[in-house]
Design a binder for this molecule. Structure first.
Ligand code: MV4
Length: 489
């Protein structure tokens, strides 16, 4: 087993990886930028290395600086977390080139799955259902328009190298095709240096379901069932759960088998996620493979009792999976809410600032994975995710009730958050009925502005603590002035 792991990430996932390493008796080295000198994650590790300035391009995205930090600290493996360089084949190559182990899939898997055209062809050839569409080499305007006509309107244009919705265009009529193609290509070329397109039939009101897979280096491949992530906004997931309320046992078995078939076709090793669209008629279609640990992995942990980071490390160290498919028996239901420092009243723009008071909920079936604490500075440089609140229940109703109670015990003062929106989502009758789809927030919660509901004694205690701990210096704004919806005047 590894003696030391370098954690090439920040925030809650760096904290979460450090904790599993500690539980495994593995030493950890954190990295941090100049903006993260006071952050939580360097403190959770056994040592920490400054790798560069605040700008991610010169710190958390600087492969050379990260590999140098790994060498300097004597780490023998690198955990990339999610985001940043976690899906970079070049980074995985650089880590291996330095004689270290990358805790994730091999570079060839990142390369193959990072190309939608190649991934779609591979999946179609392997019997995994793909959306009717076009992934051909002829990329002329004429070939693409002809493909669109034969697929039938509406179609969606997807840059082959893209991800997260970037450069995608929905086209509903032949008249609009040429200009949509031109702008999609332009965006793709600027963002990815590659303007090859995939075309698909556009599935309306889809749900997003994904299958967690795990493969070891000895040819064993299992799935850990599905997660549903339909509650999202601008391609950013907000609430996730498992099991999906949309699946019958038969559909679940078919979906999970398709996930394993996709992973087998990709020669997958380590933890990965196969994303599918679930159409209102129950048909599901392969979307893409995420070659990393996902933000929402804790809901899978909650129902399976497994530690996915531990399994990633064991697999990277060459160990065989310690269980077989039939040993994986999920129990109960789990939900995750993502707590972001962002302003729902202003287009969800990031809301930087200092956290003046922070209170995590606790209790049976409650997990709170956080990257910040009271006093933390939330900057504009990185993703504004503060924490993930996960609840487990024997059934969905219990998980939802625990989530509602836990959200009411969550306090963040000093920065604006999406807490009120999370409360509105899980309180909504459509959510409670499990009637989810990717347009849920726009359909049910457009213009929602009610403030977060926090228990009054928590607010009173927090306000008193803020006043005592940080009296406003002469001439500076009183922290009470920045507390937003919790002001008691
Ligand atoms: C689609 C689709 C409908 N039909 N493909 C957007 C991000 C990327 N991962 C896939 N996306 C979509 N692809 C077809 N053929 C609708 C979406 C989509 C979506 C997918 C998953 C979660 C949220 C979404 C929000 C809007 C659109």
């Amino acid at each position: 087993m590894f003696g030391k792991v370098l954690i090439a990430n920040r925030g809650e996932i760096a904290v979460r990886v450090a904790r599993t390493c500690r539980a495994m008796g593995i030493r950890t080295a954190a990295v941090y930028s100049e903006a993260d000198r006071e952050a939580l994650h360097p403190r959770e590790a056994d040592e920490a290395v400054l790798i560069g300035p605040a700008e991610a391009a010169r710190s958390y995205l600087d492969a050379e600086a990260l590999v140098a930090a790994a060498r300097r600290t004597g780490a023998d493996a690198v955990h990339p977390g999610y985001g940043f360089l976690s899906q970079s084949a070049d980074f995985a190559d650089a880590v291996a080139g330095a004689g270290l182990t990358f805790i994730g899939p091999p570079p060839a898997v990142h390369r193959a799955m990072g190309d939608k055209q190649a991934a779609r062809r591979l999946m179609a050839a392997s019997g995994v259902p793909v959306v009717p569409g076009y992934d051909g080499d002829d990329q002329s305007d004429g070939a693409l328009l002809a493909a669109a006509r034969s697929i039938g309107w509406p179609v969606i244009l997807k840059p082959s190298r893209g991800g997260g919705g970037k450069g995608m265009r929905v086209v509903r009529r032949a008249e609009d095709f040429a200009s949509a193609l031109a702008s999609s290509r332009r965006e793709a070329r600027a963002a990815f240096g590659d303007d090859r397109m995939v075309l698909e039939r556009y599935v309306e009101r889809p749900r997003h379901v994904e299958v967690q897979v795990l493969g070891d280096a000895h040819g064993h491949l299992v799935h850990l069932f599905e997660r549903e992530c339909s509650i999202q906004r601008r391609h950013q997931k907000v609430v996730e759960e498992t099991p999906s309320p949309a699946l019958t046992p038969e559909r679940r078995a078919a979906l999970c088998a398709a996930g394993v078939a996709a992973a087998r076709a990709a020669a997958y090793v380590n933890a990965g996620t196969v994303e599918f669209l679930l159409a209102p008629d129950g048909a599901f279609y392969f979307l893409e493979v995420n070659t990393r640990l996902q933000v929402e992995h804790p809901v899978t942990e909650a129902v399976t009792g497994l530690d996915l980071v531990r399994l990633q490390i064991q697999i990277a160290a060459g160990q065989a999976l310690p269980f077989a498919q039939e040993d994986v028996r999920p129990q109960g239901h789990a939900l995750e809410c993502r707590l972001y420092a962002e302003d729902p009243d202003h287009d969800d723009r990031p809301a930087p600032g200092r956290i003046l008071h922070y209170a995590a909920p606790e209790g049976p079936g409650v997990r709170f994975d956080s990257g910040v604490a009271t006093g933390s500075e939330v900057t504009v440089h990185y993703d504004p995710l503060l924490a993930k609140l996960v609840t487990w229940g024997r059934d969905r109703d219990e998980a939802v009730q625990r989530m509602r109670a836990a959200l009411r015990r969550t306090v963040v003062l000093g920065v604006t958050t999406n807490l009120a929106r999370l409360q509105a989502i899980v309180d909504h009758p459509a959510f409670r009925a499990g009637a989810l789809h990717t347009g849920f927030i726009e359909e049910h919660l457009a213009g929602h502005t009610a403030p977060a509901v926090a228990p009054p004694e928590a607010v009173a205690a927090a306000l008193a603590a803020v006043r005592l701990a940080s009296p406003a210096p002469a001439g500076a704004p009183d922290p009470w002035e920045t507390l937003g919806p919790w002001r008691l005047d």
